[in-house]
Design a binder for this molecule. Structure first.
Ligand SMILES: C[S@@+](CC[C@H](N)C(=O)[O-])C[C@H]1O[C@@H](n2cnc3c(N)ncnc32)[C@H](O)[C@@H]1O
Length: 143
């Protein structure tokens, strides 16, 4: 699992737990442009969370295979292209602009396992249904 946009780690922990329930202990990572685990700034407190994303996955008992990255999404994807690493689930949940999401999808497709899934959050943003359908078409035809 690769999550782009950690924020307070709400989905990070839930996805990691769900995968763990199905016996999937594979590598998982979550990326954010902010230092979401900063022990000095403690950004999670401003969002009414009592623990950092790192603490949340540890408390849920699924932290062992979860890694957090502090990076802009595209930089992360560019670096990822130089590795052999691929994922079964890629969750794109950052700024949600079509300009950013199109680039992320193109890069994510290259890092998806066969039969893998790309999850796109808020894909009906501003009701741009044709853009949404274009993205879905790209994903389905690629698979
Ligand atoms: C909607 S929140 C993510 C929510 C999270 N996936 C969850 O379900 O709890 C969006 C996050 O994306 C991060 N973000 C925004 N632009 C980004 C970028 N270009 N690269 C990486 N992260 C970015 C923000 O800092 C923010 O934490």
């Amino acid at each position: 699992m690769l999550e782009i946009g950690t924020h307070i780690g709400a989905y990070t922990v839930q996805i990691a737990r769900a995968l763990s329930l199905y016996g999937d202990e594979s590598y998982k990572c979550s990326v954010d442009i902010s230092d979401v685990n900063s022990t000095s700034a403690k950004p999670w407190l401003a969002n009414n969370a009592s623990h950092s994303p790192r603490e949340e996955v540890n408390l849920a008992g699924v932290g062992e295979n979860v890694e957090f990255f502090y990076s802009p999404s595209l930089n992360f994807f560019y670096k990822l292209q130089t590795t052999n690493r691929k994922f079964g689930l890629i969750f794109l949940d950052v700024d949600h602009s079509s300009k950013a999401v199109y680039k992320e999808i193109a890069l994510a497709l290259n890092k998806l396992n066969p039969n893998g899934v790309i999850l796109v959050h808020d894909y009906f943003l501003e009701m741009k249904i044709f853009e949404t359908m274009a993205i879905l078409f790209m994903v389905v035809t690629w698979m």
